[in-house]
Write a protein that binds this ligand. Structure first.
Ligand code: FAD
Ligand code: AMP
Length: 475
C-alpha cells in the first residue's frame, strides 16, 4: 500500500468517514485511520455514533417502546395479549446485530468508494505526516497533502463519582446491561440521560434522574420543555431538578450517592448509576509538538467557519470542534471539508442544524427557541397546534404534545419550529427544508399536506401563526 495520500482522515466516526467517502468521490486518494475497539476487542468503523451512541440507543429505544406498548397500550386497541415477557438477551442481540450490520456497511462503502481503511492510532506530526500505531505496536508514517482531524469525543467523568464500568457506568456501558437494574440512577437530564433513563424505565427499572440545574432542558424551547417534563414525570421517571451530585461510591452490591438541592443534603441508593453529564473533545496523543494546530481551554480544536485549523492544510470536524455534538453536524462538516479540499463549493448552515430527543413523546426542533427570539428583540408571532386535534395522532394512540412555529412579525420569515409528539424527528425535516430556503409561514400555509398525516400539525401551526388554523381554536 502506498504511504502517500491526497487526504488522510484521522477518525472513522460520522464526521470522519463521510469526509473520506466524499474526498474519494472527488477523485482524491484517501486513507481513513481509526482506532475504535469494541468491548470484545474487535475493530469497527463508525465511531461513537454507530458503536456506542445514536444507533444502539435508537435500537433499544424502539424495542423498549414496543415492549411498553404491548403491555400498556395494546388493550386500548382491542388487542388482548397475555404472557408478554421481556427477553433482554434477545433484545441486546438485536441491538448488537444492527450495530454490526451498520459498521460493516462502512467497510463496504470504503471498498466500493476507493477509501483505504487503516486500523490504528493516528498522530499528526509537523509537515502533514501522520504516524500510525497499530494494535500490535508497529508503526508507519503516512504522508498527506491534506489532513482531516475527526477524533470525536468521550464521556465526561466526575472525579467524585469513580467509574468502575460495572455499577458506576457511562452511556456505552448503559447500552449493554445484561439485566434490568431494579433501581437505576442517572446523573444529568441532558439528551443522553433522558434517552437512557427512558429505555430502562420502560423495561422495568425504577429510574431517578438527578439534574444540577433548576431549569429543565435549557437548550429547548421552554413551552416544549414544560410539556416534556409533565409527560416524563407521568411515565414514572423520578426527575429531580436542582439536584447536584456531590459524590458516589460502590458499597457492596449498591451505589451510595450524595447530592444537594435547595433543601440541603440527601443520599440515594441505586443498583447502577449512569454518569451522563456531557462529553468532552478527544485529542489524547493526537497532536505532536509543532503541528501548529491550536486547542482551546476546553480542549476543542480551534477552527474557522470552514473547519480550517491554524495549521496549513489541516482541517478538523465533528465533536472535536465547537458546536452541538451531533452526528449530522459532523457529517456535513466532513463533506464540506472534502469538497473545499477538491476546490469545490462547501458550506455548513449552522442556523439550520436540527436537534432531536428520541424519548416518548419525541422532541425535535430547528432554529431559534421563543426565548432566543425574545432576547434578540425582533418582534415575532407564534402559532401552535396540539396533536390532540390530529386525527392521525389519535389513530396512533399518540395524541400528545404539539407543534409550534415561530415567525418574524415583520417579514413572516420562519425563525424556529419546535415539535413534541409522535415522530417529531421525522416531522422536523419539513421545517429544516423550509428554513434552508428562508421560507415564510405563508409558504408553509400554502403547501398542501396529505390528510390525515402528522405533518398536518406543522401546517396547522403555521396557519395558527396568523390565527388561521382550521382544525384548532385560534388563540
Ligand atoms: P466519534 O463518533 O466519537 O468518532 C471518532 C472516532 O475516531 C472513533 O472511532 C475514535 O476511536 C477514533 N479516534 C479518535 N482519536 C483517534 C486517533 N488519534 N487515531 C485513530 N482514531 C481515533 N448524535 C446524533 O446526532 N443523534 C443521536 O441520536 C445521538 N445519540 C447519541 C447517543 C449516545 C448514547 C451518545 C453517547 C451519543 C449520541 N449522539 C447522537 C452523538 C454522536 O454520537 C456524536 O455527535 C458523533 O458520534 C460525533 O461524531 P465524530 O465523528 O465527531 O466522533
Ligand atoms: P448534556 O451536556 O446535554 O449531555 O447534559 C449533561 C447534564 O448533566 C447537564 O444538564 C448538567 O447540568 C448535568 N450535570 C453535570 N454535572 C452534574 C452533577 N454533578 N449533578 C447533577 N447533574 C449534573
Amino acid at each position: 500500500m502506498s504511504d502517500r495520500f491526497d487526504v488522510v482522515v484521522i477518525g472513522g466516526g460520522p464526521a470522519g468517514y463521510p469526509a473520506a467517502i466524499r474526498a474519494a468521490q472527488n477523485k482524491l486518494t484517501v486513507a481513513c485511520i481509526d482506532e475504535w475497539r469494541n468491548t470484545d476487542g474487535s475493530h469497527a468503523f463508525g465511531g461513537t455514533c454507530l458503536n456506542a451512541g445514536c444507533i444502539p440507543s435508537k435500537a433499544l429505544l424502539e424495542s423498549s417502546e414496543l415492549y411498553h406498548r404491548a403491555r400498556e397500550e395494546f388493550a386500548v386497541h382491542g388487542i388482548a395479549l397475555t404472557g408478554v415477557a421481556l427477553d433482554l438477551a434477545a433484545m441486546q442481540r438485536r441491538r448488537a446485530a444492527i450495530v454490526k450490520t451498520m459498521t460493516g456497511g462502512i467497510n463496504a462503502l470504503f471498498k466500493s468508494g476507493g477509501v483505504t481503511p487503516v486500523q490504528g492510532h493516528g498522530r499528526l506530526l509537523p509537515g502533514n505526516r501522520v504516524q500510525v500505531t497499530a494494535a500490535d505496536g508497529s508503526q508507519r508514517i503516512l504522508q498527506a497533502a491534506q489532513v482531516v482531524l475527526a477524533s470525536g469525543s468521550v464521556p465526561v467523568r466526575l472525579r467524585s463519582v469513580p467509574h468502575d464500568g460495572r455499577r458506576i457506568v457511562d452511556s456505552w456501558n448503559a447500552l449493554e446491561f445484561d439485566a434490568v437494574p431494579a433501581r437505576l440512577g442517572v446523573i444529568g437530564a441532558g439528551v443522553i440521560g433522558l434517552e437512557l433513563g427512558s429505555v430502562w424505565r420502560r423495561l422495568g427499572s425504577e429510574v431517578t434522574i438527578l439534574e444540577a440545574t433548576e431549569q429543565f432542558l435549557p437548550i429547548a424551547d421552554q413551552a416544549i420543555a414544560r410539556e416534556a417534563l409533565r409527560h416524563f414525570k407521568k411515565q414514572g421517571l423520578d426527575l429531580r431538578l436542582g439536584a447536584k451530585v456531590a459524590s458516589a461510591a460502590v458499597a457492596g452490591e449498591v451505589v451510595d450517592l450524595r447530592y444537594t438541592d435547595a433543601r440541603g443534603e440527601h443520599s440515594l441508593q441505586v443498583d447502577k448509576l449512569v454518569v451522563a453529564v456531557g462529553r468532552r473533545p478527544f485529542t489524547d496523543d493526537l497532536l505532536a509538538e509543532g503541528t501548529g494546530v491550536q486547542v482551546d481551554a476546553r480542549g476543542f480544536i480551534e477552527v474557522d467557519e470552514h473547519c480550517r485549523t491554524a495549521a496549513a492544510n489541516v482541517w478538523a470536524v465533528g465533536d472535536v470542534v465547537r458546536g452541538p455534538m451531533l452526528a449530522h453536524r459532523g457529517k456535513e462538516e466532513g463533506v464540506m471539508v472534502a469538497d473545499l479540499i477538491a476546490g469545490r463549493y462547501g458550506e455548513v448552515n449552522y442556523r439550520t442544524i436540527p436537534s432531536v430527543i428520541y424519548t416518548s413523546p419525541e422532541i425535535a426542533w430547528v432554529g431559534q427557541t421563543e426565548e432566543q427570539v425574545k432576547a434578540s428583540g425582533r418582534p415575532y408571532k407564534v402559532g401552535t397546534f396540539p396533536f390532540a386535534a390530529s386525527g392521525r395522532a389519535r389513530a396512533m394512540e399518540a395524541a400528545q404534545g404539539m407543534a409550534k412555529v415561530i415567525a418574524a412579525a415583520d417579514d413572516d420569515e420562519v425563525l424556529g419550529v419546535h415539535v413534541i409528539g409522535p415522530m417529531a424527528g421525522e416531522l422536523i425535516g419539513e421545517a429544516m427544508l423550509a428554513m434552508e430556503y428562508s421560507a415564510s409561514t405563508e409558504d408553509i400555509q400554502r403547501t398542501i399536506h396529505a390528510h390525515p398525516t402528522l405533518s398536518e400539525a406543522i401546517h396547522e401551526a403555521a396557519l395558527a401563526v396568523d390565527k388561521k388554523a382550521i382544525d384548532a381554536i385560534n388563540r
